[in-house]
Design a protein around this ligand. Structure first.
Ligand code: GLN
Length: 281
């Protein structure tokens, strides 16, 4: 007979992390994880046991847990996620917190999230700062559909735009621009473990900086004077991203670390409004 105990033992034999095996079983049974802890001997139906075993095999093949349960919490929001979007990471919550600090004291501020994916950053800002006018840009149609769905389900107002980085924002200026673009270098060994997530959300050119460069280059014509651009980047890209803000149009260039102590987000404030020609770098 299949029981909670035997299902978790089978998952352990596959080499699965105990927490992942429990979360997948809780998902299959529609129960909270805490329920499992007191129901070791509870019988499982054949179909439930088979479904759990199949999910465990996928997890053992590095499929993100969030794709298997269809959900990931980000900044306190339950978000639907699927294979078309990057799974929101906890380190990106720092970027949201930084954006919220920049928004303090600004009334009717305009915010844009470039490359929103599941909508995580835009929705977290919209929830925490209801007076902000939040826009989100995404070039992948399947990702944009997931983001819109999250906005509807959560009842949060975000203006969703299809397009590549600045392209759908011609002539518009914002108080705060945030982005967690792809930043892993092509050929980085770490991409192998991330193979189930969209490559277009992960890697950007030989040094991983192609999209970060494009975003910084376009920012001066899309920020108000005193507006902020805040970017997430790789643990070893802090100096390179600070260098992208080398033009004198930028002030207060700074980097923040994640909970692992790694340089993770770099941002700067635009001193005065400029045209792309006068502030490109
Ligand atoms: N932080 C992710 C990772 O390294 C990558 C996210 C991204 O490229 N924006 O797993």
């Amino acid at each position: 007979m299949n029981t909670v105990r035997s299902a978790l033992a089978a998952a352990r034999a596959l080499g699965l992390d105990r927490l992942d095996a429990q979360l997948l079983l809780a998902h299959v049974l529609g129960k909270p994880r805490a329920w499992l802890l007191a129901h070791d001997d509870e019988a499982l139906g054949d179909e439930q046991a088979a479904r759990h075993a199949a999910l465990c095999r996928e997890r053992a093949d590095d499929v993100p847990l969030a794709y298997l349960t269809g959900e990931r919490e980000f900044h306190g929001l339950p978000l639907a996620v699927g294979p078309g979007v990057l799974v929101p990471r906890p380190e990106t919550e720092h970027l949201v917190d930084w954006a919220l600090e920049c928004l303090q004291g600004r009334t009717a501020a305009r915010v844009v999230d470039l490359g929103t994916g599941s909508g995580a950053i835009a929705l977290a800002i919209a929830r925490a700062c209801p007076q902000a006018d939040v826009t989100a840009v995404e070039r992948s149609a399947p990702a944009l559909a997931i983001a819109r769905g999250n906005g509807q389900k959560l009842g949060l107002a975000v203006q969703w735009r299809a397009g590549d980085w600045w392209q759908p924002l011609k002539g518009e200026r914002f108080d705060v621009v945030v982005s967690n673009p792809p930043y892993i270098a092509e050929g980085d060994a770490h991409l192998a473990a991330l193979r189930h997530e969209p490559r277009s959300a992960l890697s950007a050119g030989a040094d991983g900086l192609d999209d970060l460069r494009a975003i910084v280059e376009g920012a001066p014509s899309h920020l108000v004077a005193g507006g902020w651009l805040l970017l997430e980047h790789g643990y070893d890209q802090g100096a390179a991203v600070r260098a992208l803000f080398g033009h004198p149009a930028w002030a207060s260039v700074g980097t923040r670390r994640d909970l692992a102590g790694l340089e993770r987000c770099t941002g700067a404030c635009l001193k005065s409004e400029t045209t792309p020609e006068s502030a490109g770098n």
